[in-house]
Write a protein that binds this ligand. Structure first.
Ligand SMILES: *[C@@H]1O[C@H](CO)[C@@H](O)[C@H](O)[C@H]1NC(C)=O
Ligand SMILES: *[C@@H]1O[C@H](CO)[C@@H](O)[C@H](O)[C@H]1NC(C)=O
Ligand SMILES: *[C@@H]1O[C@H](CO)[C@@H](O)[C@H](O)[C@H]1NC(C)=O
Ligand SMILES: *[C@@H]1O[C@H](CO)[C@@H](O)[C@H](O)[C@H]1NC(C)=O
Ligand SMILES: *[C@@H]1O[C@H](CO)[C@@H](O)[C@H](O)[C@H]1NC(C)=O
Length: 416
């Protein structure tokens, strides 16, 4: 924790958020009266800390369905990811996974020993047991999504993951993430927390998933390249290098940075849809659930732009303090619009004017400003408040105060 605070030392609003987070009473969820449910949530927590928190904070009506939705897709994804499974076992599995979830007792232990989520499939019978207890309308949405995603994954498993055109890129991201957006919107509307129109605007739901997926793919350049997965579309990197791996060579640094601007632009194209989607969400727990991954994504995109480390170091992340600060500041559409404006301005400001995407990025960022001012006028006040916090971070006095706080905390931790 002390090092986490140190990393945020020049961002006092983050230090404050971190300390509040550290000392806030932790919400405890107790599942001990139901062993299966306890184990289900254990797996959710173990596969994704970040999703676990937002899912568990959902209204009880949606909590189990969305947890199971996540674990079913995680199971499917684990099958897709595991390169030790032969294609003649993998393909039928991917294509029939939507039927498997109706077979009580089904488990799978053929994943390689190194597959980090192998245990989830070994115990998959409990996921199925819980799935079969969900309301039929949720079961149907989960099964439909699994079917379409499994087909898409089977397609890319055979084609080898070499994404060529930007249309392929959108299609791949649609299968692995856009469909999740569609499924979730279906659930929000099915339980009447949201209007039926949320599920009907499939274009917006799709963009919610595409934005998250594209940011991750852009960030995970090195890691995916190492596993011989070319998710960056050739139509983009091909403008800057003959082979994708050439981007990581020191002599191609300038090209790599320009290519990054191109990828950032491609992801930013979904920003407008994301804000429109979030603007229609009424239920506060649903809003929080949807908004948090999106603000993390725009913050990550801002970290990627102009950052050469992406091509040299795996696992580049935003600061923990920034994450906690973002979660605290994402409670309504005005706040989220303000965060989008803040990061869009920074991305725009960081883009090298010599890059061919410079003008296009400027246009997208300008559109975001305009949309927010027109549709979410309250975001202007929120933005001023956020900037005051961020600017204060550059003031020495506050940094020192934060340092004292951080130091006091470190001492307290050391003594106790
Ligand atoms: C989730 O996992 C973390 C460690 O990975 C643990 O500290 C935390 O208590 C777990 N939460 C629940 C609810 O199981
Ligand atoms: C929990 O996750 C870790 C890695 O993320 C994995 O190695 C471990 O097997 C998982 N444990 C269980 C019981 O699923
Ligand atoms: C991309 O192009 C290569 C070579 O033409 C081809 O082998 C591969 O299947 C294509 N990828 C997709 C996803 O269509
Ligand atoms: C993106 O990456 C984050 C952090 O690794 C992960 O929690 C999240 O599930 C990923 N999202 C998508 C849509 O792949
Ligand atoms: C824009 O970038 C310059 C340096 O590149 C920096 O000095 C300035 O503070 C930035 N402005 C904003 C609003 O981020």
């Amino acid at each position: 924790m002390a090092s986490v605070i140190l990393a945020s030392l020049f961002h006092p609003s983050e230090v404050v958020a971190l300390l509040q987070y550290k000392f806030s009473p932790k919400v405890k969820y107790d599942y001990s009266n139901d062993k299966v449910r306890e184990r289900i949530y254990y797996h959710l927590n173990n596969t994704s800390r970040s999703f676990s928190a937002v899912i568990q904070a959902l209204d009880p009506e949606l909590k189990d369905p969305i947890c199971i939705f996540y674990l079913v897709l995680r199971g499917l994804d684990t099958v897709e990811d595991d390169m030790t499974i032969d294609l003649d076992i993998k393909l039928p599995l991917l294509k029939s996974f939507h039927e498997i979830i109706y077979q009580p007792g089904w488990t799978f232990d053929k994943c390689g020993p190194k597959e980090k989520d192998r245990q989830l499939l070994v115990e998959f019978d409990i996921v199925i047991e819980t799935f079969l207890k969900l309301k039929p309308e949720y079961q149907k949405i989960i099964a439909d999504t699994t079917k379409r995603m499994g087909e898409g994954m089977a397609h890319y498993a055979t084609a080898g993951v070499h994404v060529n055109t930007t249309e392929d890129f959108d299609q791949y991201c649609h299968y692995v993430a856009g469909l999740v957006g569609l499924g979730l919107s279906g659930m929000f509307s099915a339980c009447n927390f949201e209007s039926p129109s949320v599920a009907k605007r499939e274009d917006l739901s799709n963009s919610m998933g595409l934005f998250l997926q594209k940011v991750n793919i852009t960030r995970d350049f090195l890691e995916d390249l190492r596993d011989n997965r070319h998710f960056w579309p050739k139509a983009i990197w091909g403008e800057y290098a003959d082979k994708m791996e050439d981007l990581a060579k020191p002599e191609n640094k300038e090209k790599a940075m320009e290519c990054m601007s191109h990828m950032v632009h491609n992801a930013l194209c979904h920003m407008q849809d994301v804000l429109e989607y979030l603007g229609q969400i009424k239920n506060p727990s649903v809003f929080h659930f949807c908004a948090i991954p999106q603000v993390m994504a725009i913050a990550t995109l801002n970290m990627l732009q102009g950052n050469y480390n992406i091509f040299t170091t795996e696992n580049v992340k935003i600061r923990k303090g920034e994450t906690v600060w973002l979660m605290k500041e994402s409670n309504n559409i005005d706040q989220v619009a303000a965060i989008f404006r803040l990061y869009a301005r920074q991305i725009n400001n960081k883009t090298n004017p010599l890059h061919r995407q410079f003008v296009d990025i400027g246009v997208l960022c300008g559109q975001i400003e305009q949309t927010c001012v027109q549709k979410y006028p309250g975001s202007t006040k929120e933005l001023a408040r956020l900037q005051a916090g961020v600017l204060a971070g550059q003031g020495k006095t506050v940094a020192v105060a934060a340092g004292v706080l951080g130091g006091a905390y470190a001492v307290k931790k050391y003594i106790l």
